[in-house]
Design a binder for this molecule. Sequence first.
Ligand code: HEC
Length: 171
Amino acid sequence: MDGRFLNRVAVSVLLSAVAMGGALVTARSVVPDTAPVTPVFRLPSQQSVAIAPFVQRASVAHGGQLVGHICTQCHALVAGGESAGPVLADVVGRTIASLPGYAYSAALRQHAGQVWDDQRLSDWLMAPARYAVGTRMSFAGLSDPQDRADAISYLHTLHTPSPTPITGPSR
Ligand code: HEC
């Protein structure tokens, strides 16, 4: 190995380093490496679907079957019932994560202050883990919007009768 050979090796190493650096600079300037602000595409099943039209033609009976088969594994449907999940009586129109005495996850409590209306229930039931990342409701979701609308229409029926207002003797 003579000096000239080593020189050539050194020069070629240097040149390739310069070339790689150049390529990197060019690539960086051509291809932005920041993620786009909005995702370029979403899977269709993960898009929020306007639920109102489905609710209009919902089957309460079918919703009752779905809720009976799936939700009652973890939820009581009448106030006072004990289960892993919060009671579903009066859930429509209730403030999210608001039942006193139930230990909600921090994930669901992030939505506290909003009210469970049909659309929020639909988005939640479509994919609970996406709606509230880290939720303790370990349920994959109802992917069919009509199933969600049916279940939501059934939830509307779960009203505890409001106590008769106590009125004093009329004067
Ligand atoms: C595997 C058990 C499980 C199943 C099945 C399940 N849930 Fe839940 N659900 C939970 C738990 C646990 C929570 C509390 C989540 C938290 O705090 O993150 C919850 C929370 C909720 C809430 C929020 C209530 C509130 O007070 O804010 C609603 C609404 C709800 N579930 C509806 C349903 C419906 C409707 C179904 C059936 C389609 C269902 N869940 C199926 C366990 C379950």
